[in-house]
Ligand binder design. Structure first.
Ligand code: ADP
Ligand code: 5GP
Length: 187
């Protein structure tokens, strides 16, 4: 078993942004590409950002036992961690980086135990989170309302994670994350 870094937070808190910065710094990182039944947005690519599956394909992969965990994060939209991603990344001797919702983060932490560092990315406030979701410009109004609807509940789960990083100033958040990850990898 290798090591894993789990990033969780409500949508729009900055997980993807922070992960992209860290991937440039840590050569040992490899990103676990999740499967999802949602459509690609912006410049997302199949097999790079996600494996984009139809609802039916997603159901078939669940029935085949291909997922380590999966969640219907938004009504009618599922996301899941493929066992094959974990096997692939550890076979290469790399550290797995996960970007999963708050429930998925708790479940994976329970599964990996001490092998994983679970990080909760916290927005400075719900108002700032809403602004960021809107200014990202990739989601419909309906998707933004769905995402915000879950956020307040999800933020209450932060104490269940090993570390909380407040993403106010991006550079500070990245530096702080880098420090806690370095300490974990040195253990
Ligand atoms: P998530 O992956 O958690 O859904 P993103 O990384 O997509 O969130 O970030 C949501 C939006 O907020 C993006 O437009 C991103 O550029 C912006 N953003 C992220 N971190 C910051 C920050 N510290 N300050 C200002 N904007 C930020
Ligand atoms: P988005 O649609 O913004 O890419 O992702 C929506 C939410 O689904 C985010 O909180 C993201 O972390 C989560 N997510 C992405 N992949 C997975 C996964 O494999 N499992 C779980 N449980 N959540 C995921």
């Amino acid at each position: 078993m290798g090591k894993a870094i789990l990033f969780s937070a409500p949508s729009g808190c900055g997980k993807t942004t922070i992960i992209k910065e860290l991937m440039r710094y840590f050569d040992c990182f490899d990103f676990s590409i999740s499967a999802t039944s949602r459509q690609p947005r912006g410049d997302e690519r199949h097999g790079h950002d996600y494996y984009f599956l139809s609802q039916e394909e997603f159901r078939q992969r669940v029935a085949a036992g291909d997922f380590l965990e999966w969640e219907e994060v938004y009504q009618g939209t599922c996301y899941g961690t493929l066992k094959s991603e974990v096997e692939r990344i550890w076979a290469e001797g790399k550290t797995i980086v996960f970007d999963v919702d708050v429930n998925g983060g708790s479940n994976l932490k329970q599964y990996f135990g001490q092998q994983a560092l679970s990080i909760f990315v916290m927005p400075p406030s719900l108002e700032v989170l809403e602004q960021r979701l809107r200014s990202r410009g990739t989601d419909s109004e309906e998707a933004i309302v769905k995402r915000l609807g879950r956020s307040a509940e999800e933020l209450k789960q932060a104490p269940r994670f090993d570390v909380t990083i407040v993403n106010d100033d991006l550079q500070k958040a990245v530096d702080e994350t880098r420090r806690v990850v370095e300490a974990f990898l040195d253990e």
